[in-house]
Design a protein around this ligand. Structure first.
Ligand SMILES: *[C@@H]1O[C@H](CO)[C@@H](O)[C@H](O)[C@H]1NC(C)=O
Ligand SMILES: *[C@@H]1O[C@H](CO)[C@@H](O)[C@H](O)[C@H]1NC(C)=O
Ligand SMILES: *[C@@H]1O[C@H](CO)[C@@H](O)[C@H](O)[C@H]1NC(C)=O
Ligand SMILES: *[C@@H]1O[C@H](CO)[C@@H](O)[C@H](O)[C@H]1NC(C)=O
Ligand SMILES: *[C@@H]1O[C@H](CO)[C@@H](O)[C@H](O)[C@H]1NC(C)=O
Ligand SMILES: *[C@@H]1O[C@H](CO)[C@@H](O)[C@H](O)[C@H]1NC(C)=O
Ligand SMILES: *[C@@H]1O[C@H](CO)[C@@H](O)[C@H](O)[C@H]1NC(C)=O
Ligand SMILES: [Ca+2]
Ligand SMILES: [Ca+2]
Ligand SMILES: [Ca+2]
Length: 366
């Protein structure tokens, strides 16, 4: 109905709300006790291709943010026939924030008590390990991703049969407006080949699973799609247009991504100096299975997961960060006590880092 005729169709993978950052410096000690929890109200229409937003630790917070985001999304669709009801959501944010900061209704200690046994499951031994926390984060992230995919699907599935056909899928306006090189992926991202690769059972339609893979190929298990991703990578990196990657094309770009991935994973002995060329040549030779001096798309497959990190990678990064901040006795795992003593580490994604900006009321959290 109305939605089908919405003239401005905007692709929102909604980079969003939540934002902010794992990289923020932790606040320890008593000073953290007078902070106000904040929801993020920011909303971006750019696709999160090369960055990643943290996922709330607490599913209740994620749910609140999701609902606010949904409302914003609906409003955005409605706004295509421009009406000037610009900011009624702000109040909702304030209400939700008041809720989160009302200790009687949202008691952080009680939240952590409730959540601990849900995270400590493998095994349930009173300690949360890096692996348990990674799995937890991953589960939250996947829920989030699927929710957005569902919303996106509603937008594209014009005949409401639960599938998206290629004809139904239209590139979002930001792609049409963008110049071809402004994103890591070029226009090929939207090509039929990508669609076909996502269609695992080849029936010409994408169901929700296939559509989710389409939007998040790096997280897909579909080999056709991973192959496509490799091909796309070659296309993008292939500056001399010979359809394969020579060492120079590899060294300036791909190798950095692989190296960054490994650095982040604390799994690299390289140093950042001028001697990167030797390890790069090494890796290149290793990948160049047929030894023709070039990398084909198939030869990129072993490193495609490092070029396009999956949700698991980010979930682990976030777990490592949280543990590093809350693991008081430095045994590499968290006890319930450690969590309760460092509650803001778990709520930092929505935690206002800047004390000065706090509101004059609700300044508690004692
Ligand atoms: C949203 O982000 C833009 C820049 O990305 C910034 O200028 C603006 O202040 C932000 N708004 C809020 C409410 O954080
Ligand atoms: C969008 O418009 C529909 C009808 O035109 C209305 O029922 C709905 O409440 C509106 N949604 C928002 C968030 O304004
Ligand atoms: C939060 O819960 C804890 C544990 O149940 C309790 O000791 C504390 O008083 C509660 N705080 C508030 C403000 O209700
Ligand atoms: C983008 O590429 C298409 C086809 O490859 C071309 O027609 C179009 O002019 C390009 N747009 C810009 C802004 O370069
Ligand atoms: C995609 O698949 C359809 C059949 O399902 C085929 O007609 C079309 O040529 C394919 N397109 C590409 C680019 O492979
Ligand atoms: C979508 O189709 C794939 C086969 O391509 C199938 O494995 C998957 O279970 C389907 N998803 C749903 C939700 O039906
Ligand atoms: C770390 O690197 C070694 C060899 O370089 C590799 O065998 C291992 O799988 C890597 N571990 C991770 C977690 O990537
Ligand atoms: Ca455990
Ligand atoms: Ca299908
Ligand atoms: Ca510990």
């Amino acid at each position: 109905m109305a939605r089908a005729s919405v003239s401005v169709i905007i692709y929102i993978t909604i980079a969003v709300l939540i934002l902010l950052l794992i990289s923020h410096s932790p606040k320890k000690g008593g000073s953290q006790r007078h902070r106000r929890l904040k929801l993020r109200s920011n909303f971006t229409f750019a696709p999160p291709l090369h960055h990643h937003n943290p996922i709330p630790f607490d599913p209740l917070v994620a749910d609140i943010e999701r609902r606010l985001e949904d409302r914003k999304w609906e409003q955005h669709l409605n706004d295509s026939a421009p009406a000037a009801e610009s900011q009624p959501e702000w109040e909702d944010f304030m209400n939700a924030e008041d809720y989160l900061n009302d200790e009687e209704r949202f008691n952080v200690t009680n939240r952590l008590l409730l959540l601990f046994p849900k995270v400590d499951v493998d095994p349930a031994d009173g300690f949360i390990t890096e692996d348990e926390l990674t799995q937890w984060n991953l589960k939250q992230a996947q829920k989030e991703v699927l929710h957005r995919t569902q919303r996106d699907m509603e937008l594209h599935d014009k005949n409401r049969d639960g599938f998206v056909s290629f004809a139904e899928y239209q590139p979002p306006s930001w792609v049409q407006n963008a110049d071809n090189n402004s994103f890591g992926y070029d226009m090929g991202w939207w090509k039929e080949e990508h669609f076909n690769a996502s269609d695992a059972d080849g029936d010409g339609l994408l169901n929700i699973t296939e559509f989710n893979d389409f939007l998040h190929p790096a997280d897909s298990k579909n080999p056709k799609l991973l192959q496509w991703l490799c091909k796309e990578e070659v296309r993008e990196r292939d500056t001399d247009k010979d359809e394969k990657i020579n060492f120079k094309e590899f060294f300036h770009g791909l190798f950095d991504l692989v190296r960054n991935y490994e650095e982040e994973n604390h799994n690299s002995s390289h140093q950042f100096d001028d001697s990167m060329e030797a390890p790069a040549r090494n890796l290149f030779a290793q990948l160049d299975k047929d030894g023709d001096g070039y990398l084909s798309d198939a030869e990129l497959l072993p490193i495609i997961g490092k070029i396009h990190p999956s949700e698991h990678y980010y979930a682990k990064q976030q777990a490592d960060y949280i543990i590093s901040q809350a693991d008081t006795d430095k045994d590499g795992r968290l006890t319930l006590t450690e969590m309760i003593e460092n509650p803001y580490v778990f709520y930092s994604a929505i935690f206002n880092d800047d004390e000065e900006e706090d509101y004059e009321f609700h300044d508690e959290f004692r």
